[in-house]
Design a protein around this ligand. Structure first.
Ligand code: ADP
Length: 663
């Protein structure tokens, strides 16, 4: 059984309805250890023969046996495997990865060695063997022709495949280098099957063990030159590593990282475009920030668990004793007299001016300005303190107000604000950087309770009560404060949970009150919820549309840079690096290129939001927006890489090699 056998092999090319014979009726058998020189006129079929042996070209007739196994039934992936296991290719135009160092070029071919240190060691050994020990860190592009060819030979050896195919390996070299390369080839491939295509038989004459002459697609002659004593027995080829998924991933990661570093210009360009993309996505995420409020609980009022609202049918206020009695009788845990504070979640201040002396004509023209201290944690005041009495306030202001309000002082005389016909002293200021929040006036809990009761009293007086006779909602604080003459006939009892609250309802009603668990008073405004969902959904849709457009844009920008990737890719494939590994590496490289853009954008955004001058200019980004930005960018990056891969892998290896060779 021959190691490699070609039986009646024929290959025809059909292009533009013209049929050309590449090779025909080829019957040849080869063993390991042979040095086969192939000669013949141009167009006689030498390259075709090599391409068929390498599995880069299919054949139409006959059968190719490798270690006795037929191959005519092979599909694309079988040929990939075949090339990976058996074939190393050396070309006339070197096919070195120019942007990689000599060492990296060889290391890439040693990817099946998992341990990086071992791999490096082996690469150095091989490079020393081909006489490049002193050029490890040099880039491929800086080598002479002879050195490039040596590097490629080291790479071919690294793969340790049993068949080495060299297509005019000395075609671009001077006589001296040619001689050295041929000798090197002979020396390093004693146990391998080596094919050398050459138009200059003289230079291989001393080394070759066999001479095959091709003429017009057929074998003209086949001579054994030196009685070959060194032919080794056909030893089955060691199984190369089975490329498991993790293996592909880790190799792809290494290759991706190596490419990322090896091509600084290209990498910078990619980073730049992805930075532009990231800034774009960040801007639109800021502009369409509204869409993310779909999930804001401000729009989803949750009734309080265990709260039972009670009310008198007559306009009379509850007394403290009355509430204690009800609490004890029905087993409530606590009560609250002016319970409007729980309902007046936000006190709307429509279009009124809260004039601040310090601001001159500037005024708060915002809704929802009034807050109580314990509503949330406002953090340490930037200067001053929190209010202690009911006529003091703390101003909670966006950072951009710093330019107006100043940095560190309060003038108790001058700094008072007026609203609802009363004056309040400003005793503290807190600047915040989340500019999506509005300026606020923070008052003590008791001031807030009083204000909210006043509001709700008046609400009851001049607005309709809800269907069940309970207060729910808010209105214009000014109107409220100016008409403080109502009677608050509502209070709340608090039970362990809603079930306990509901149990008490019938008893309390028998006692002559109106009673209702808070979840029953709550009726969400369906129309506005639907409006809100449509509005936010529309925004989200816009967001996706713009992200897709940006993907298209980045794709367009990076398209031209593919030529360089393409050349390398073809070489990598001819080196037998599995397509999956190359694909993973392309993704990895793109994801790595994304990192600077993300970091720069994050730092830029932070600096902008921390600056009083800039804070107000862009909508503050919350974690969920950063999440959306990340998702958007991952989408763009993945999409762009996918398109690249599609365009890069659309051609067969051989076709690309020819194209690559021309480039
Ligand atoms: P050599 O390497 O000896 O110069 P080739 O193997 O390249 O010869 O070519 C052998 C024959 O096959 C020639 O007639 C050539 O025109 C033809 N041929 C080679 N490749 C193709 C192809 N891709 N499409 C069509 N004809 C081809």
């Amino acid at each position: 059984m021959a190691f490699l056998q070609l039986k009646d092999i024929g290959k025809i090319y059909v292009s533009d309805n013209v049929v050309t014979v590449g090779i025909r009726n080829v019957n040849l058998s080869f063993e390991r250890g042979e040095f086969v020189a192939i000669t013949g006129a141009s167009g006689s079929g030498k390259s075709t023969l090599l391409n068929v042996i390498s599995g880069m070209d299919s054949y139409e007739e006959g059968e190719l046996y490798i270690e006795g196994n037929p191959t005519s039934h092979f599909i694309q992936s079988d040929w990939e495997e075949y090339r990976e296991k058996y074939i190393s290719f050396i070309f006339q135009d070197y096919n070195i990865l120019e942007s990689f160092t000599v060492l990296q070029n060889v290391e890439l071919a040693l990817m099946n060695i998992i341990n990086p240190r071992e791999r490096r060691q082996r690469a150095i050994e091989l490079l020393e063997r081909v006489g490049l020990g002193g050029h490890l860190k040099q880039k491929g592009s800086q080598l002479s022709g002879g050195q490039k060819q040596r590097c490629v030979i080291a790479r071919a050896l690294a793969k340790d495949s049993p068949i080495i195919l060299a297509d005019e390996p000395t075609g671009n070299l001077d006589a001296q280098s040619s001689k050295e390369i041929i000798e090197l080839l002979r020396e390093v491939s004693k146990d391998k099957l080596l094919f050398v295509v050459t138009h200059n038989f003289d230079e291989v004459e001393n080394c070759a063990t066999r001479h095959v002459r091709v003429f017009d697609g057929a074998i003209e002659s086949d001579h054994v030159l030196i009685p070959d004593t060194e032919i080794t027995d056909s030893v089955p080829v060691n199984e190369t590593n089975n490329n498991t998924v993790t293996n592909n991933l880790s190799l792809g990661f290494e290759l991706g990282r190596a490419t990322f570093h090896a091509q600084p210009k290209l990498t910078t360009l990619m980073c730049f475009f992805l930075l532009i993309g990231t800034i774009g996505v960040t801007l639109i995420s800021g502009l369409l920030a509204d869409s993310f409020q779909l999930f804001d609980k401000y729009y989803m009022f949750k009734p309080m668990d265990g709260r039972l609202i009670i009310s008198k049918s007559q306009p009379a206020e509850f007394t403290e004793e009355e509430l204690i009695r009800l609490k004890d009788k029905y087993g409530a845990e606590s009560y609250y007299m002016y319970d409007a504070i729980f309902d007046v979640k936000t006190v709307l201040v429509d279009d009124i001016k809260v004039e601040l002396n310090r601001f001159g004509n500037t005024s708060f023209n915002y809704e929802n300005v009034l807050f109580n201290i314990s509503r949330e944690n406002y953090g340490k005041p930037t200067f001053g303190r929190y209010p202690k009495s009911d006529d003091e306030v703390l101003l909670y202001l966006p950072l951009s107000y710093k330019n107006y309000y100043g940095h560190n002082e309060i003038n108790p005389k001058a700094d008072e604000i007026r609203f609802g016909g009363r004056a309040y002293d400003v005793v503290g200021v807190k600047y915040f950087i989340d500019n999506t929040k509005k300026p606020r006036i923070v008052v003590t809990d008791s001031a807030y309770a009083k204000l909210s009761v006043t509001i709700s009293r008046n609400w009851k007086n001049f607005k309709n009560l809800g269907d069940n006779g309970f207060f729910s909602g808010w209105s214009n604080i000014l109107e409220m404060l100016e008409q403080d003459d109502g009677i608050y006939n509502q209070a709340s009892l608090f039970f362990k949970n809603n079930r306990a609250a509901k149990k008490a309802v019938s008893g309390i009603i028998k006692d002559g009150y109106i009673a209702c668990p808070s979840d029953a008073t709550y009726s969400p405004d369906i129309i506005s919820v639907i409006e809100r969902i449509i509005e936010c959904g529309g925004s989200l849709f816009m967001w996706f549309a713009i992200v897709m457009f940006l993907a298209f844009f980045v794709n367009l920008c990076t398209h031209n840079s593919l030529a360089k990737v393409k050349t390398d890719l073809v070489i990598l494939r001819s080196m037998g690096i599995p397509v999956r590994v190359i694909k993973v590496s392309l993704y990895i490289r793109m994801y790595l290129s994304l990192i600077p853009g993300i970091i720069i954008t994050a730092i830029g955004a932070t600096l902008i939001f921390l600056s009083p001058n800039w804070n107000g200019m862009f909508s503050f980004l919350h974690w969920y927006q950063y999440l959306m930005i990340l998702i958007g960018m991952l989408y763009i990056t993945t999409n762009v890489t996918k398109k690249q891969i599609r365009s890069l892998f659309s051609e067969s290896v051989k076709k690309s090699l020819k194209g690559g060779a021309e480039a």
